[in-house]
Design a binder for this molecule. Structure first.
Ligand code: GLC
Length: 425
């Protein structure tokens, strides 16, 4: 197992996202955003209306929240206090894939998946089959909505492949499953994307927030659009920014895309999000060592590798054996992980900048909070500071007024707010 120095250098150069690259990407992102609003076929952004605007912070009451994200399901009871504050009362969280079951692959069924979601919601309601509950449903995939309560799944993302859900109204699937499980008392009244839920949760406390960003297993942003369409009220738009396709990919990005569940789709997401960057790292390690089998490193492994050189040595030792025990080689592999993380952060900053430019129009970008949540943003080394640095590179001093805010449990709080808006106003 020999380390190919020249190929390593070539890869490191390819992974560099220069100031010019990200500034152009931000401009192209804004262009796609504005073309997407006009439904132009030349835009790669889906620009999906959510049929909900920003909250006032006064919404009140106790609601059930369901958060289906793609790795886990979380159900909770959320009490909105009406003064920009909230409490989470019950919390049930379950994985969707374990050694015993897999509810997300192509052999799973829509019925089994939604029954599982309904049971989890029932647990959060402590098995109560009498009391009437209103439920907000955060569903973290691109959907076509006609109103706040109906959402047809366009396409799965994040490598999920459960048949029988694409094209269906997922809130209706949930409603039917709740009835099957004896919970007709639980009424789904609102459905929303996780980015939208996050924005609602952040704006409940920080009213100047206009952008919501999930930077986790998947990647996506939404923002408050004041003029989404002629004749339609202002509402939050889920951009499905993971689908942005105007970044020049490296040949390794292309290979990763080709081998994925949905080739050609979610091109930006495949360059930045947790589901894919571990895979990219694994592929590049296979290349630099000329391995026949692809090793398997996750985004979590990448974080540990970047954080600590001793731990890095252990992880490489376990996955690659003795061939990667040289400390110089280990250091290079750590730099490789870092380069992938930094590229991810810089591309993310470009998508924020493009959105901010659109919101500002011909004026200056206003100081504001940006709602962001997700494992990569929270836990991966180098991400937060590189998003900020790249924002400065793209936007200069206008970046100084931007304050990213992490909202804990935003998907659940936002689901409760949406349920409140759907039922109380
Ligand atoms: C994927 C989904 C998108 C979601 C994002 C983050 O990109 O398509 O709807 O918001 O993951 O979970």
């Amino acid at each position: 197992m020999a380390f190919n120095e020249n190929l390593y250098k070539e890869i490191m150069e390819e992974l560099e996202a220069s100031q010019e690259f990200i500034t152009e990407a931000a401009g192209a992102f804004r262009w796609d955003l504005e073309q997407g609003l006009k439904k132009s076929e030349y835009s790669s952004l889906a620009m999906l209306p959510s049929f909900i605007g920003l909250p006032e912070g006064k919404e009140k009451g106790e609601f059930l929240a369901l958060d289906f994200g793609g790795s886990n399901v979380r159900a909770s009871v959320v009490r909105l206090l009406g003064n920009s504050n909230f409490e989470v009362l019950n919390w049930v969280e379950k994985p969707l894939v374990t050694a015993e079951y897999n509810l997300l692959n192509s052999s799973a069924t829509s019925e089994a998946l939604f029954d599982f979601l309904a049971e989890t919601v029932g647990e959060a309601a402590e098995g109560n089959k009498d009391r009437e509950y209103y439920l907000g449903h955060t569903f973290s995939f691109g959907t076509e909505q006609e109103d706040i309560n109906t959402a047809r799944l366009i396409k799965w993302a994040k490598e999920i492949a459960v048949p029988g859900v694409e094209g269906e109204d997922v809130n209706a699937l949930l409603r039917e499953a709740l009835v099957r499980k004896g919970y007709a008392n639980i009424k789904p009244v609102a459905i929303l994307n996780d980015t939208v839920a996050l924005l609602l949760a952040a704006a409940y406390t920080y009213p100047d927030t206009r952008i919501g960003c999930i930077y986790a297993t998947g990647y996506n942003t939404c923002y408050m659009e004041v003029m989404p369409d002629v004749g339609r009220p202002a509402c939050i738009i889920n951009t499905e920014s993971g689908g942005f396709s105007k970044l020049m990919p490296s040949k390794w990005d292309l290979e990763l895309d080709r081998a994925s569940e949905q080739p050609g789709r979610q091109r930006l997401e495949k360059m930045v999000s947790g589901k894919y960057i571990g895979e990219l790292f694994s592929r590049l390690i296979k290349e630099v060592f000329g391995l026949t089998e692809k090793p398997s490193f996750s985004a979590v492994d990448m974080s540990a590798i970047m954080e600590d050189s001793v731990r890095a040595g252990e992880i490489f030792g376990t996955v690659l054996g003795d061939g990667a025990s040289d400390s110089e080689v280990i250091e290079k592999l750590r730099q490789l992980a870092k380069a992938i993380a930094i590229r991810s952060a810089r591309i993310v900053a470009a998508s924020w900048a493009g959105t901010l430019w659109h919101l500002a129009g011909s004026s200056k970008v206003e100081p504001q909070h940006i709602a962001v949540d997700g494992s990569l943003y929270q836990h991966m080394p180098y991400i937060q500071e590189n998003v900020r640095r790249a924002l400065y590179e793209i936007m200069d001093e206008e970046a100084g007024g931007l304050e990213p805010v992490l909202v804990k449990d935003g998907s659940s709080i936002g689901a409760a707010i949406a349920a409140a808006v759907a039922t109380c106003r």
